[in-house]
Design a protein around this ligand. Structure first.
Ligand code: BDP
Length: 743
C-alpha cells in the first residue's frame, strides 16, 4: 500500500504511466529545432502515447515565455486540509505542474512568497475565509478561481465551499494551463447546472460489458476487494476532471447477486477509491431480488415483507457504503422483472425503493425505457403512454430516466416527447456514450452535436424556449433534483474507450453534464488540444472532421429520419430486410415500412399519431409533410418515392444521394487524416488511420446494402453519376457475425 502511494506520488497515471519519461522526451523535443511545416519529420512514436492518460497528459508547455509566466504565477502550492480529497488535489497539482512546467513546484503549509497558488475551503484555510467570497452561492460543488492580492502578495486562489469543489476547481485550473491560457486577471465562478452527473456502466459481474467495445469491464470483481487496481484511481480522476459525480457500476439488465454481502464488500472497496474524487457509487437493483437472494415468495412492491426486505437491504448497503448514491432500475422492460408483474405501477415500484433510500438521501433513477410485450401500439409511443399518467405520483427522491429519443439511441431521433410532459416529476436525460448504433469503437463519430441537438430542442411545454435542457436542469418546472446519465464507453483497453476518438465522447458527455451550454465546437477544440497537440494545422481540420462526423454517420446509416436498420442482436452493420424477430418492433421492416409506393412510418393522425405526443406547434410541424424537417421526414411520414425534396430531387434520388454523401464524408475524413501524418505521434496516428479505413469500408457497406434493398421497392435506378452498389443484395443479406462484440 505504501509502495503504491509512493508510486502514485511520482506520476499521474496508474499502471504503466510514462509521464516522467515523456517529460524528458518533451524537453528533448523542445531543444531540437522545429522544422518548417511541410518538411516536418514525423513525431516519433512516443512510448506513452497509447491513450491511457486521456485528456490529462500534462505535457510540457513548450513556449518558454508562457512557461515562465506559469512559474511566476505558480511559484508555490499551498493546499489547505489533510483530507483524502485535499491529498488528491495535492497529488494532481504535483504531477500536473511537474509535467506542464518541467519542474517541481514547491509545496508549503502557508503562503511564503509572491505567486503562491492557494487551494482550499474557508473552513480549512483562514486565508480563503478572509477573502469573504460568497462561495455558498456556488453550491456544494461550485468553485471560484481568482487572481488576487492578499497582504501585498499576488496569489492565485482556488476556493470552494466544499473540498470536492476545490478538486473541480483544481482540474479547471490545470485545464487552463493545458490549454496554454494566461492566468493574469483570472476570475472564474463555476457551478454545475445539473446535480447528478452519472455514468451508467452496462457491466456484468462476469466482466463482459453489454454494448461495450473497449474490452472487458474495468471492475475486476474477482480480485476485489483486496486488490485495488490503480486504474480505479485514474478512472476517478478522469471523471472528476470533467465533474462527473456518480457511477452506476452494474448493468441495467441487473444481476441480484451484486446486492449480496460478497459483492457489496467489493463495491464498497471501489467506493473507497472513488470517494476522495467526489464520485458516488450506485448499483442497479433487480426488481425480483427479494425472491432471488431474499428467499421471499414475491417481489410485489405493496407487500409489507417485500418492503421490509428492501428497507433492510438498503440499511445493509449503507453500512458498507455510507455515501451510497442509490439505485438505477430497469423494470418491466425487455423481459426484466418489475412491479407490473404484480399488477402494480412503475410509481409503486419506484416509490418502494425510494422510501427505503430516503433516510440516507439516496435516490432512485427509474428508467422510462419501456415497451410492453403485448401491445400492438407504435413502440415510440409506449413510454409516454405509460408514464405521463403517473406524473405527480413519484416520491421526491425518484428521478425518471428518459433516453434522448423515444426509440433507442438511434443515430438520429427527435427528442423524447416525455421531456416537458411530466411537469411534476424530475426527468433525467439518458445519453448513450458507447456507440452501439453508431459504428462501435472503430467509426469516428463525435456525439456532442447529437446531444446538443436534443438538449437545445424546444419542447414548447411552457411556450417557446422550453428546451429539453431546461427540463433536465430543472429550471423549466422548478425541480431541484436533476440528473443526466451517459451509458459508459469504457473498458480494459489501454486507451479506455476502444479508440482514441471515443475518448472525446466521454469528455464531451462529462463537460456537457456539468454545463449543457458548452458548444460541441468548443469541447472538440479543447479535447483535441488536451489529447493530441496545439498545432493549428492539426486542430482545425480535426475539429471540422469531428463536427461533421455525426451527420456523416446519419447519412450512411439512417438518413432522412430512418431508424433501426441495424443487424439483429449484435446491432453491427445494416439489415434493413430483417423481418423475422420474436416481436415486430424488433425488426427493421417495422420501422421503415418500405413498399412500392414509398417509405417511412406514418406517425401522423392518419397513422400511429405519435405526433400528438408533442406540444403544439410541434405536433403540427412534425405532422405535415410540408413543414416536417427533412431530417425527421421518414420518422413521421410514409412518403411516396417521387415526393419532391427541398433539393428538387425525388425522395428516391435524395435517399441515394444522402447515403452517398455519408460515404463521401468518410472518404474526406480519411483524406484529411492523411494530410496530418507527422503532426502527432505515429502510434495514435496509425490506429486512427486504420480505423478510418474500417469506417469507410463499413460506410460503403451500409450504403450499398440499404440502397440495394430499398431499390427492390422503389424500382428506380441509381441516380446518374452515383456508384452502383458493389455487390448484389443477396451478398449483404447472407453476411453473418456470430462473434460481433458487445452482446
Ligand atoms: C438497447 C440495448 C440493450 C439495452 C437496452 C436498454 O441494445 O442492450 O439493454 O437498450 O437500454 O439499446 O435497456
Amino acid at each position: 500500500m505504501n509502495e503504491l502511494r509512493h508510486d502514485r506520488d511520482r506520476r499521474c497515471a496508474g499502471p504503466g504511466g510514462a509521464a516522467p519519461l515523456l517529460t524528458l522526451l518533451g524537453l528533448l523535443l523542445v531543444l531540437l529545432p522545429v522544422p518548417a511545416a511541410g518538411d516536418r519529420a514525423p513525431v516519433p512514436d512516443e512510448p506513452g502515447e497509447d491513450g491511457y492518460e486521456l485528456w490529462l497528459r500534462y505535457r510540457l508547455v513548450e513556449d518558454a515565455t508562457l512557461r515562465a509566466h506559469y512559474r511566476t504565477r505558480l511559484a508555490e502550492v499551498v493546499v489547505a486540509g489533510e483530507t483524502p480529497t485535499a491529498a488528491a488535489v495535492r497529488r494532481e497539482l504535483r504531477c500536473g505542474l511537474r509535467g506542464l512546467l518541467g519542474e517541481t513546484v514547491p509545496e508549503a503549509g502557508a503562503v511564503s512568497r509572491d505567486g503562491a497558488l492557494v487551494v482550499g475551503t474557508p473552513a480549512a484555510s483562514p486565508l480563503i475565509a478572509g477573502l469573504g467570497l460568497d462561495l455558498d452561492a456556488l453550491g456544494p460543488e461550485g468553485y471560484r478561481l481568482l487572481d488576487t492580492t492578499v497582504d501585498g502578495r499576488r496569489l492565485l486562489v482556488v476556493a470552494a465551499a466544499t473540498e470536492v469543489g476545490t478538486l473541480y476547481g483544481t482540474f479547471h485550473l490545470l485545464r487552463l494551463l493545458q490549454l496554454h491560457r494566461h492566468l493574469d486577471g483570472l476570475d472564474v465562478a463555476a457551478a454545475p447546472r445539473v446535480r447528478h452527473r452519472v455514468l451508467n456502466h452496462w457491466d456484468n459481474l462476469d466482466r463482459t460489458v453489454e454494448r461495450g467495445y473497449a474490452g472487458f469491464s474495468l471492475w475486476d470483481w474477482h480480485k476485489l476487494p483486496d486488490y485495488l487496481d490503480p486504474r480505479y484511481t485514474d478512472y476517478a480522476r478522469a471523471n472528476a476532471s470533467l465533474g462527473i459525480n456518480g457511477t452506476v457500476l452494474t448493468n441495467v439488465n441487473a444481476n441480484a447477486l451484486v446486492l449480496t454481502p460478497m459483492y457489496l464488500e467489493k463495491a464498497a472497496a471501489l467506493a473507497g477509491v472513488f470517494r476522495p474524487y467526489g464520485l458516488r457509487v450506485y448499483l442497479t437493483a433487480r426488481f425480483s431480488a427479494p425472491i432471488e437472494i431474499g428467499g421471499l415468495a414475491t417481489a410485489d412492491p405493496l407487500d409489507p415483507a417485500v418492503r421490509a426486505w428492501w428497507r433492510d437491504k438498503v440499511a445493509e448497503i449503507y453500512r458498507y457504503i455510507p455515501d451510497f448514491g442509490g439505485f438505477l432500475v430497469k423494470a418491466n422492460s425487455e423481459g426484466q422483472p418489475g412491479p407490473q408483474d404484480y399488477g402494480r405501477s412503475h410509481a409503486d415500484g419506484a416509490n418502494m425503493l425510494a422510501e427505503a433510500l430516503a433516510p440516507y438521501d439516496g435516490i432512485v433513477m427509474w428508467r422510462a425505457f419501456v415497451y410492453a410485450a403485448d401491445k400492438p401500439e407504435d413502440r415510440v409511443k409506449q413510454a409516454y403512454n405509460e408514464f405521463v399518467p403517473l406524473d405527480g405520483q413519484f416520491r421526491d427522491n425518484v428521478l425518471v430516466q428518459v433516453k434522448n429519443g423515444p426509440l433507442d439511441f438511434q443515430p438520429r431521433e427527435p427528442f423524447h416527447p416525455l421531456f416537458g410532459a411530466m411537469p411534476r416529476t424530475p426527468l433525467m436525460m439518458e445519453f448513450q456514450i458507447t456507440k452501439e448504433y453508431l459504428g462501435f469503437a472503430t467509426h469516428l463519430v463525435y456525439l456532442a452535436p447529437m446531444w446538443t441537438e436534443v438538449l437545445t430542442a424546444d419542447t414548447y411545454a411552457r411556450g417557446p424556449g422550453s428546451t429539453v435542457a431546461r427540463v433536465v436542469d430543472g429550471t423549466l418546472h422548478g425541480y431541484t433534483r436533476t440528473g443526466i446519465a451517459g451509458v459508459a464507453n469504457t473498458g480494459t483497453d489501454r486507451n479506455w474507450t476502444g479508440s482514441h476518438f471515443d475518448q472525446a465522447n466521454w469528455y464531451a458527455f462529462g463537460r456537457l453534464a456539468w454545463d449543457h451550454t458548452l458548444s460541441p465546437d468548443t469541447l472538440a477544440g479543447e479535447w483535441i488540444r488536451l489529447t493530441f497537440t496545439h498545432d493549428p494545422a492539426f486542430v482545425r481540420p480535426v475539429k471540422q472532421m469531428m463536427l461533421g462526423s455525426r451527420e456523416a454517420a446519419v447519412n450512411y446509416m439512417t438518413p432522412l429520419g430512418l431508424a433501426h436498420l441495424m443487424g439483429p442482436g449484435h446491432h453491427y452493420g445494416p439489415a434493413p430486410w430483417y423481418d423475422d424477430a420474436p416481436r415486430a418492433d424488433w425488426t427493421a421492416v417495422y420501422y421503415h415500412r418500405a413498399d412500392t409506393l414509398g417509405i417511412g412510418f406514418d406517425r401522423t393522425a392518419t397513422g400511429s399519431n405519435a405526433v400528438s405526443q408533442y406540444f403544439p406547434p410541434l405536433d403540427s410541424i412534425y405532422g405535415h409533410l410540408d413543414t416536417v424537417p427533412e431530417k425527421f421526414l421518414l420518422w413521421f411520414h410514409h412518403v411516396p418515392w417521387d415526393h419532391r425534396m427541398a433539393s428538387g430531387r425525388t425522395l428516391w434520388d435524395e435517399l441515394v444521394h444522402r447515403y452517398t454523401a455519408g460515404v463521401e464524408a468518410v472518404r474526406a475524413m480519411r483524406a484529411t487524416w492523411r494530410q496530418l501524418e507527422g503532426l502527432i505521434d505515429a502510434r495514435r496516428y496509425e490506429q486512427v488511420a486504420a480505423f478510418l479505413r474500417i469506417q469507410e469500408k463499413e460506410a460503403r457497406w451500409w450504403r450499398d446494402a440499404c440502397v440495394s434493398y430499398f431499390q427492390t421497392f422503389s424500382r428506380r435506378p441509381i441516380p446518374a453519376g452515383l456508384e452502383p452498389p458493389a455487390h448484389p443484395l443477396d451478398h449483404y443479406r447472407a453476411l453473418r457475425f456470430p462473434h460481433a462484440p458487445g452482446i
